[in-house]
Design a binder for this molecule. Structure first.
Ligand code: GLC
Length: 718
């Protein structure tokens, strides 16, 4: 805060009535401002009983887009505002705006934070032109349970990778200063631990030890805070018995006192009201008191602050200083964004026309998308030659709906996968491509369609099964107990396999699916997530070898849903499953302990050989290196991965933890030695007193192409 802004803010605070302050702490949808008047304000929205007086003093709104509309709403708001405090426009711009980039889980699979920065920077330019000032992104919740539909919004199961990605996303959205043109403020979410929702069921409670919370779940939020994000959003979940929105330990002790966060905080959608449903607050007044005391500055889409705040202050249950502290944070955010000087910020219809899905943005989206797809199996069927007749079957053969969850806008007229393959001069036959309906369980009996598909593709040279999950089945409120492809899709794959043609399965999904039942039928399997506007082009680039796939899994693929949670950095247990003759060990009777595909796994068309591993203690550091050789005739990019295990410590430590990624490009037959330096800071952890410490002792240093294929050595380091 600079002196001028503090003078302005203090001056405003001194003039604001308590009602105006409480309205500033409230965010409601544009419906309340009379926008979308075609939608009747009924039901829960009507019951919020918000007066016009309160509406004209509201501090912010959400998910209202368009330069023209946001400027008009701002004009109306400022005309009504006694103190001319500008309205803040916030929105869920998660992985692109009009030009849609891969879902964050796919961005994580590129193992390249630069891709998240590019995606966020592009999204900032386009959404800022549409009048957005702040985005509710990045979502950095660590995830280990693909039953939870929101894994698509995360960059995966590892806190080191998630932390790199979180910082890159904040940098992309905000640049060096979010007030600059083409930048938006960033709000990290959901604080905290939402990805550990019990049973993978959305909005469920979270049972985490404080040690696990701090060791695995908090680092990515802290990385976003350290990168300068301007806001933090609460999570829906209860943690340690207290809903996050009322959790002082999270929002006062950790976020403000330990981490020194100075920005503003916001509840998730109606989460303050839900502290009543959760059984914490008895009523709206208690909900308001508990959440303001916990340090939640803005109440999103519920109205307990404006309905009870005044009475709480007058009765002495809250102080004006507590209210002022929150209002100051909100006004400071508006000041930091320059909204007092320019309440429209970057809203410009001309820029919208120039920027939306422009060639530069499409090219960036395609480049990023190619890095995010993960090749999980390939017997040499890929890359395809262009003299083949290609059959494409399945709901994603013709679907352009490849943006995935949280794609607020996006391109409606991109070419489908089948049409894109045709642009490569390849004859294409499609079948069973009637769209997403066929994905739903039991919606229809597809026996006739499957027979027709088999006949239609009978004389093709190669078959592509373009399958996956419906975009309706991924994202928020999309938890599932079965992760298999729909029975119709599995039956289609089995039927097509009877043609004895090479079959490539391309899977579009927002989470790791249970693909083991059909994997043996695939000659090649490409996990294509939801790659956004340029998805078909990026996939075709990989299919025809115009791009050598380099994606690596940021989240493990389970053998079966019964194995969940399964992730790479678990503990050794006292009875590791490493003796097949011993029954009494930690294992399942009906399934391996290992995932089907581990964290960090992915194939390329090139073969990279690792050799000559070295690790030595050198003073206060460990120097580790390995030589990688590209034994192929094509360029490749290898994500060389460094893992460490702390063998003995005051609390047990994971069998391995990712501590370094070296993105290494290699020309054909090029050999290169990759070096890592490991300092004590990298080896710190939360001990049995929750102190963040380095403990000298025995360490295993490992380097390899994924978390399961590693070369290593044991060292004493102190
Ligand atoms: C939703 C989501 C949150 C989003 C917010 C505003 O319920 O949990 O991620 O930013 O509401 O749309």
């Amino acid at each position: 805060m600079n002196l001028l802004s503090s003078a302005r803010i203090e001056n405003l605070l001194s003039q604001m009535t308590l009602d105006e302050k409480l309205a500033e702490m409230t965010q409601l949808s544009p419906l309340f401002f009379g926008a979308w008047s075609s939608i009747d304000l009924t039901g829960p929205l009507k019951e919020m009983d918000v007066s016009q007086r309160e509406i004209k003093n509201l501090g912010s709104t959400l998910n209202y887009f368009g330069a023209k509309d946001t400027k008009a709403l701002q004009d109306k708001h400022l005309a009504d505002s006694r103190l001319k405090i500008p309205l803040l426009f916030m929105a869920d711009v998660i992985h692109g705006y009009q030009t849609v980039f891969p879902i964050p889980l796919a961005l994580g699979c590129s193992f390249n934070p630069e891709n998240y920065r590019i995606a966020s920077s592009t999204a900032a330019k386009e959404s800022a032109a549409s009048g957005i000032h702040l985005t509710f992104s990045p979502m950095v919740d660590l995830v280990r349970d693909p039953r939870w539909g929101r894994v698509m919004e995360s960059t995966g199961e590892d806190s080191y990778l998630n932390s790199l990605m979180a910082a890159a996303a904040v940098k992309g959205f905000q640049g060096d200063n979010p007030a600059e043109k083409g930048r938006v403020a960033s709000c990290v979410k959901h604080f905290a631990g939402y990805g550990a929702s019990e049973g993978g069921r959305d909005y469920n409670w979270v049972e985490l030890s404080e040690n696990s919370l701090r060791q695995y779940y908090l680092p990515s939020y802290k990385s976003a805070v350290d990168a300068g994000c301007k806001m933090v959003m609460t999570s829906f979940n209860v943690i340690d018995g207290v809903p996050a929105s009322a959790n002082k330990k999270l929002f006062r002790d950790i976020l403000r006192d330990e981490w020194g966060f100075k920005g503003a905080t916001i509840s998730d959608y109606a989460a303050i009201d839900e502290t009543i449903t959760n059984g914490l607050a008895e009523n709206g007044s208690e909900a308001a008191r508990l959440c303001i005391e916990a340090g939640v500055d803005i109440e999103m889409m519920s109205t307990h602050y404006i309905h009870h705040g005044k009475q709480l202050v007058e009765s002495g249950k809250l102080s004006v200083e507590q209210i002022d502290s929150s209002v100051r944070n909100i006004l400071q955010l508006k000041e930091d964004l320059g909204l007092f000087e320019n309440p429209y910020k970057d809203a410009s219809e001309e820029d919208e026309k120039k920027l939306f899905l422009c060639a530069e943005h499409r090219a960036a989206a395609r480049k990023v998308a190619r890095e995010c797809a993960v090749l999980l199996k390939n017997d040499g069927t890929l890359p395809l030659k262009k003299n083949l007749k290609v059959g494409v079957a399945g709901p994603y053969a013709h679907s352009g709906n490849t943006n995935g969850g949280w794609s607020i806008a996006g391109d409606k007229d991109s070419l489908s996968l089948a049409e894109t393959i045709k642009t490569h001069g390849v004859p294409v036959v499609t079948a069973m491509s009637q769209g997403l309906g066929s994905m739903q369980e039991g919606i229809m009996d597809c026996a006739d369609e499957i027979d027709a598909a088999v006949n239609a593709l009978r004389d093709c040279d190669v078959i592509i099964a373009a399958v996956g999950e419906s975009p309706l089945d991924t994202g928020e409120a999309a938890s599932k107990t079965s992760l298999r492809l729909s029975c119709n899709q599995e039956k289609m794959i089995f039927a097509l396999a009877e043609l004895k043609k090479p079959m490539i399965v391309i899977c579009l999904s927002g989470r790791p699916l249970e693909i083991k039942p059909i994997l043996h039928r695939a000659n090649a399997f490409l996990q294509a997530w939801f790659l956004g506007s340029e998805s078909p082009g990026a996939i075709a680039d990989i299919l025809f070898g115009d791009y050598n796939p380099c994606g690596r899994l940021s989240m493990s693929f389970p053998q079966t849903v019964g194995q969940i949670p399964v992730y790479y950095n678990g503990y050794h247990t006292g009875r590791p499953n490493n003796d097949p003759t011993n029954r009494f060990v930690s294992r399942y009777l009906d399934c391996p302990n290992e995932p089907l595909f581990p964290f960090g796994y992915g194939l390329s068309y090139s073969d990279v050989v690792y050799s000559d591993f070295k690790a030595t203690v050198s003073g206060d550091e460990i120097q580790a290196s390995i030589t990688v050789t590209n034994n192929s005739d094509i360029n490749t990019r290898e994500a060389v991965q460094l893992y460490v295990r702390d063998l003995f410590a005051s609390v047990v430590r994971p069998v391995k933890e990712l501590k370094g990624i070296a993105l290494t490009t290699l020309a054909p037959h090029e050999k290169r030695t990759v070096h890592f330096v490991i300092g004590k800071d990298m080896l710190r952890f939360h001990n049995n007193k929750l102190e963040f410490v380095f403990e000298p002792g025995e360490f295993e240093i490992m380097i390899g192409k994924n978390s399961a294929e590693l070369t290593g050595a044991r060292l004493h380091f102190e």
